[in-house]
Write a protein that binds this ligand. Structure first.
Ligand SMILES: *Cc1c(COP(=O)(O)O)cnc(C)c1O
Length: 482
């Protein structure tokens, strides 16, 4: 399979899956996509229905990563998607399913369920892709005799998912910046309790923006970046997106009895990585009725899908909410969908995303393209703090099920798009323990804590405090990588 950039540079060049695995943006600032999506035949779909998660992951990935020998890819997927790695289940019987489907009930004639994507080591859906990425990185680096130093900034979910994916992996080190004393006790303990010698937690004396600025400053020093083999694992990474395609298939099979049925998915969204994978599954031929994009108060995406206007937000318009992993000012994977929406016209994509940089957005309302959003199955909605508190309370009372704040945003919006007879699957993106404060507000009780996390906050912690100074961070990295 050949990969191309959404902005059209290097159209004549060939890029394999392995070529783009360790990188981020394409040279022209665009995002990589397959030159054409693989189509799944009815026969294949029939055969895939009964596969285990690991075997299904192999089937889906082998179409995108056809440059990795099949036996090697299979050993990577079977090592990644095990009941041991995804062991934080709430129902023991579901342990082997990796992403169990939890049925809630029937509302407005639509069977409503949650697809649990948060049973991995950090209790958030980012583990689904990041765990595979850890194994893919280790495999690829060993093959080429290379090493990689991952540098990132986190205020929570992404950093811990990256650390748990890369811990103990040969050839990889992680340098993760987080704002000192500004994460929750639970999130801090999750990251800082790791004792693996290849994981470095840097507690920066400053806020999350300071951390991000340091990462940018280091990445813009091209000589330093090359000398110290600095890389990232952010949400535009193609392998992360494609790993997420697998659970749309798995969720579809779990919610239906035959491949003649159609299913809708609701996706709590921020950077558009998760729902982009749903779009790709649909382009491959999975019978998806609707892809419902759910946002919180940071409603950049909801605004687009309602009006055709894409308007990125400044810092003063980016809100800190109680579903913080969706607090984004622009959606970094959105360009992938826009490329398909515009009939894969890289010149127009380039122009639109120049407008984003220069004018803060673009307006497709008047163009015929926006009308096509519906053909791609997309609809949207937004949720507020009061909505998510209501949803958490309602689902607990009605179905005896505790959901986290992001999943609550999804559930609230899903209910606005139910269709009689069409199963609605809401993606569960995190477990409630990660956002305990809102659970206590909604339910007046403590969130459920998986057994493996009892006493987490009391474990010894390993981290270094550094000033908000890119020079100091560079010296810290240089000392540990030469
Ligand atoms: C990252 C994250 C999201 C948003 O996913 P995107 O791929 O950025 O749209 C939603 N919920 C949780 C819990 C997350 O960690």
């Amino acid at each position: 399979m050949n990969y191309i950039s959404t902005r059209g540079a290097g159209l004549g060049e060939r890029h394999t899956f392995s070529d783009i695995l360790l990188g981020g943006l394409a040279k022209d600032g665009g995002l990589y996509l397959p030159a054409a999506y693989p189509r799944v035949s009815a026969d294949e779909l029939g055969r895939w229905r009964t596969l285990s998660y690991a075997d299904l992951a192999f089937e889906v990935l082998s179409t995108f990563a056809d440059d990795i020998p099949a036996d090697e890819l299979r050993s990577l997927t079977s090592k990644t998607y095990t009941a041991q790695v995804y062991s934080n289940v709430r129902d023991e019987e579901a342990a082997t399913q990796i992403t169990p489907l939890k049925t809630l009930g029937v509302e407005n004639g639509a069977p409503l369920s949650l697809l649990e994507l948060s049973n991995g080591p950090t209790l958030a859906f980012k583990d689904m892709a990041m765990q595979l990425l850890g194994n893919l990185f280790e495999y690829t680096l060993a093959k080429h005799g290379e090493t990689l130093n991952i540098l990132g900034a986190t205020s929570g979910d992404t950093g811990s998912a990256a650390e748990y994916a890369m811990r103990g992996k040969a050839g990889v080190r992680v340098f993760m910046l987080s704002p000192h004393k500004k994460m929750s006790a639970f999130q801090t303990a999750q990251m800082f309790s790791l004792q693996d010698p290849n994981i470095f937690n840097l507690a920066v004396e400053g806020n999350f923006d300071n951390c991000q600025d340091i990462v940018k400053a280091v990445s813009n020093d091209h000589a330093f970046k090359a000398q110290h083999k600095i890389g990232t694992v952010n949400s535009i990474n193609w392998a992360r997106v494609v790993a997420q395609v697998v659970y749309y298939f798995k969720g579809y099979f779990a919610a239906t009895k035959s491949n003649d049925e159609r299913v809708s998915f609701t996706v709590p969204s921020g950077n558009f990585g998760n729902v982009c994978a749903g779009h790709i599954a649909r382009m491959m031929g999975l019978p998806i009725e609707k892809l419902v994009v759910a946002t919180n108060e940071n409603d950049v995406l909801d605004e687009f899908f309602r009006t055709g206007i894409y308007r990125v937000r400044g810092a003063s318009e980016t809100y800190h909410t109680t579903s913080p992993s969706m607090d984004i000012s622009k959606a970094s994977n959105f360009e992938r969908f826009v490329f398909d929406l515009l009939g894969r016209d890289p010149a127009r994509v380039l122009q639109l995303f120049r407008d984003v940089e220069e004018k803060g957005g673009f307006d497709l309302a008047a163009s015929g393209d926006f009308a096509r959003v519906k053909e791609f199955g997309f609809v949207s909605g937004r949720s507020s703090h009061a909505d998510r508190v209501d949803a958490i309370r309602d689902v607990f009372q009605r179905y005896d099920t505790m959901i986290d704040t992001h999943t609550a945003d999804g559930l609230k919006v899903a209910r606005e798009h139910l269709q009689p007879g069409v199963p609605m699957v809401v993606l569960e993106t995190a477990q409630p323990i990660k956002f305990g404060e809102t659970i206590r507000e909604a339910l007046l009780r403590e969130p459920e804590r998986p057994a493996a996390f009892v006493g987490l906050e009391k474990l010894p912690q390993r981290f270094d405090i550094v000033p908000a100074d890119a020079g100091v961070v560079k010296a810290y990295i240089a000392e540990r990588t030469s």
